[in-house]
Design a protein around this ligand. Sequence first.
Ligand SMILES: [Zn+2]
Length: 420
Amino acid sequence: MNEGVLIGGLAERLFDTLREQSFDGVGITRECYTDGETAALRLIEAEARRLGLEIAWDAGANLWATFPGSEPELPAVACGSHLDSVPQGGNFDGAAGVIAGLLAIAKLKEEGFRPRRSIRLLALRGEESAFYGQAYLGSLAMFGKLGAADLAATNVASGRTLGEAMASVGIDTARVERGEPLIDPKSLACWLELHIEQGPVLIARDMPAAIVTGIRGNLRHRAVQCLGEAGHSGAVPRWLRHDAFFATAELITRLDRHWRTLLERGRDLVLTSGIVGTDPAEHAMARIPGKLTFSLDIRSQSPETLEAFYDLFLSECEGIADERGVRFELGRRVDAAPGKMDEGLMTLMRAQLREMGQPDEPIPSGAGHDAAVFANAGVPAGMIFVRNANGSHNPREAMEMSDFHVGAEVLRRSLRELAA
Ligand SMILES: [Zn+2]
């Protein structure tokens, strides 16, 4: 396809500028609700203005760029993704979906397409859980699904609360705290999100892009504490010990066994304890640890499996606490519901892949995405994954631009069908 002066090299240029703006010396850092994230949104805003799109900011400080339809009162066709990143992350996680949406709309505009429904690009904030322990902050706030407890969560590094961070970029946190929806879900006909794949499946199957079938939800505890009793490693016999580490090790071993059993029964489940530690201020080789803190991240495509496994976790905590004379303090449980992708949108997008002569093999998403929040708010959602090497949430994530353009073209064709 011939690209005009307005959009030739548009995506490449935006990725490059974003990288320059947010390089931290190791990778890319665009922390949610900070100036770094705002600068990324402003970059997209400026480009969207140049392309003649209508700009609006919602009360959650997310950016909307609209290509108005001839019947703008109809629910709009929306697309986009998030612009924040984890610390020292990659440049494509999130940004690929926003840039693909902008490129698709720019091409539709340039080819003279007159949409009936408005086509709206959304650049969201706060998708990553890295800073406040809760993912999808931007889209949850938008649909009125955050509350006081979420706003009180503190930043792992600065100690600042989420509410303070949100207020610093101009969000009316009183509305967020009340759980007031900041947009009407009925104003959206659907949500299409392109995202890099964060697992190895597309590389392994040699496919540039794939349509997503569903998104795993999760149940998480950021910091469970196991409390036992500290003591001298040589002086306390086994029967008098209340070792917080041994108790936690037994808990994880039992959970691993339950996990295997559920997999053998064909259930979808993954389990991770990514942060584990005794307190460096008091731990020692010769000291029985009286306290240990660990995180727990349980994921599944099935809400039933999540709850069933969570019940097992609670009952194992109780059993081990009794047997070993320790206590588990769980802290706050944070949930993200699994997201089912819309069948009609899947069918439409898969057809575009095949018409383009591309392989079409849909895959599930292990990682979470804003599309799950849209789906659970009643907005039909669909996702396109683009092949990406070296995983994600690290500076080595690598997407080939030729693969990106395959995904962006699926998006353009689908938007055109849906808005006509
Ligand atoms: Zn992402």
